[in-house]
Design a protein. Structure first.
Length: 186
């Protein structure tokens, strides 16, 4: 019983010492000097998974970790569902495109840039979109989820320079759609 009381007393002592600035400062100095320590900037380290947003670091880090945890199981489930066993990753920037794909890529890039979207200027998403959607006359409807926001209280905001609805306007002009459906909230 005596050792349990000593442990409780030690825990109480440590809790009280956490409130003493001099002790905390000394602990940090010792920690930095004798313990190999590095802070991992999660969103900057895991670029492919980070949200393209201007939210707080903690919120972006949490979303980045969540994206990592969800991406691979989702891709695996998709591969099984469609019967794939092995797949190759393709670098969208070094792909070889047909003349039709190149026209679609150029047209979509011009529209995205003119509307103020960063999908072509910062992310090269236009190359993937245009490749998938190159036969634009056959597309009858398109669903876009999320218009973007500049609200700094929303984690996945676009930052001050973002233009909500920019891709909506671009896709509207890219396709001769009978129906364009979007979903978003503020």
């Amino acid at each position: 019983m005596g050792s349990i009381k000593k442990i409780k007393d030690m825990n109480n002592l440590f809790k009280n010492l956490k409130h003493c600035a001099a002790i905390v400062s000394l602990k940090r100095k010792i920690w930095r000097k004798y313990v190999e320590f590095s802070r991992l900037n999660i969103p900057e380290t895991l670029l492919s998974f980070r949200p393209n947003s201007a939210g707080s670091y903690n919120a972006r880090a949490l979303l980045t970790i969540q994206a990592v945890e969800q991406t691979f199981p989702a891709l695996s489930a998709l591969a099984i569902k469609i019967g794939l066993r092995e797949s190759q990753v393709e670098n969208i920037d070094s792909g070889v495109y047909s003349a039709e794909e190149n026209r679609a890529i150029d047209d979509l890039k011009n529209l995205l840039d003119a509307s103020g979207s960063d999908k072509a200027s910062a992310h090269n998403y236009h190359k993937l979109y245009a490749r998938i959607l190159k036969e634009r006359d056959t597309i009858e409807a398109l669903l876009e989820i999320g218009l973007g926001t500049n609200n700094p209280d929303v984690t996945s905001n676009m930052g001050e320079s973002g233009r909500p609805g920019a891709s909506l306007r671009s896709f509207r002009d890219f396709f001769a759609l009978g129906e364009y459906i979007w979903s978003g909230y503020r």
